[in-house]
Design a protein around this ligand. Sequence first.
Ligand code: NAD
Ligand code: TYD
Length: 349
Amino acid sequence: MKKILITGGAGFIGSHVVRLFVNKYADAQIVNLDALTYAGNLENLKDVQDAPNYRFVKGDITDEQFIDQLFEKESFDAVIHLAAESHVDRSIMDPLSFVKTNILGTAVLLNAARKYWKDFSNKLFYHVSTDEVYGSLGESGFFTEQTPYDPHSPYSASKASSDHLVKAYFDTYGLPVVISNCSNNYGSYQFPEKLLPLMINNIIHSKPLPVYGKGDNVRDWLWVEDHARAIDVIFHQGKLGETYNIGGFNEWKNIDIVHLLCTIMDKKLNRPEGESAKLITFVKDRAGHDKRYAIDATKLNKDLGWKPSLQFEEGMEKTIDWYLANGEWIENVTSGAYKEYYKDQYVSR
Ligand code: NAD
Ligand code: TYD
C-alpha cells in the first residue's frame, strides 16, 4: 500500500489531483498537506473528505522542524509537490513570500525526503512547475524541455529556482525526482483572482473587466482535469530525472478569450448580445508582463501517450456552468482578507 504526500492539495490544481488519486487509487493512502492560505480551501475537497484513503494535515512547508517530524513519522513513499504562492500580480507586490514558500519550502521538502527516505528505491519526489520558467516567446515558436530558463516575474523566478533545486537533489544525492512544467490551467475551483474566474465573476456581477495593456498577450490554456491526468501519467510512468512539458496547443490572446467569455455569458445570463463586452476596461499593463507562452507537449504525448481530452470551447462551457452554479463557493473563498486585497488592486489599476 502506497502512502503519497500531496502538498497544496487544498488549492486549485492540487484539489483536482487529490480527487483523482483518492478516487482512482483506493489502495493508496493520500495525505494532503496544506497551510490553507487565502488560496487553499477545504471546501474544494468536500466530495472526498470522508474517503477512507484520504487524510488532511494542516501545515507549512517552510517549517523545517514540522516537515522533518512529518517525514520521520509517516514514511511516505512519494511526494507530489504543488504547494506554492501562485499569482504573478501578488508576486510583484510581495516577492519575499514567494521566495519563502516556493524556494525555501521546496528545499525543506527535498531535504526531508533526502534525510528520511532510508533508501531511494521505489520512492519519487514529483515537482509540479510552470511554463513561466522559460520566459516569454515572440510571435512564433514553442517552449520545449530544452528551452533555457529565463524567468521574469518574482513568481516565475521562484519557480525556476525551485526547479533547479529539484534537479540539484537528483544530480547531487540521486534523489528520485521528476518535474513537469505546465501551461495556464482553467476549470472549477480556481481562485477568482486569475484571469478566467475573475472575469467570469465580474461578468456575473456586471463589474468592470480589467484587461492589462492592449490585451494582446497570449496564453496557452489547458483544462485542469487534463493537467491532473497528465500528473497521474507522469507520476506512474515518467523517467527519473526528466522534465515533461504539459500543454494543450491552445493559444489565445487575452482580449479574445475575454470576448469569448462575454459572448457565452450573455447567452447564459439572458443578456442582450454585446452587453457583457461593454464591461471591458483596458487598464495599466502588468510590470514585466510576459508576451506569449506556448508549450510543445510532444514529448509527453510520444513517450507517455498523454493528450488533452477536451476541446477548449467545451471546457469553457463546463467551467462557466460550474461558476454559475457555485456562487456560494465564490462568496466563501473571496470573503475576508481577499476582499481587501482585491479592492486595493482594483483601485490602483
Ligand atoms: P493555488 O494558489 O490555487 O494553490 C496553492 C496551494 O498551496 C493552496 O492550497 C495554499 O494554501 C497552499 N500553500 C501555499 N503556501 C503554502 C505553504 N507555505 N505550506 C503549505 N501549503 C501552502 O495554486 P495552483 O494554481 O493550484 O497551482 C498549484 C501548483 O501548480 C503551483 O506549484 C503552481 O506553480 C503550479 N502551476 C500552476 C499553474 C496554473 O495555471 N495555475 C500552471 C502550471 C503550474
Ligand atoms: P493570470 O491568470 O494571472 O495567469 P499568468 O499571469 O500566470 O499567465 O493572467 C493570465 C493573463 O491575463 C496574463 O497575460 C495577465 C492577464 N490578466 C489581465 O489582463 N487582467 C487580469 O485581471 C488578470 C488577473 C490577468
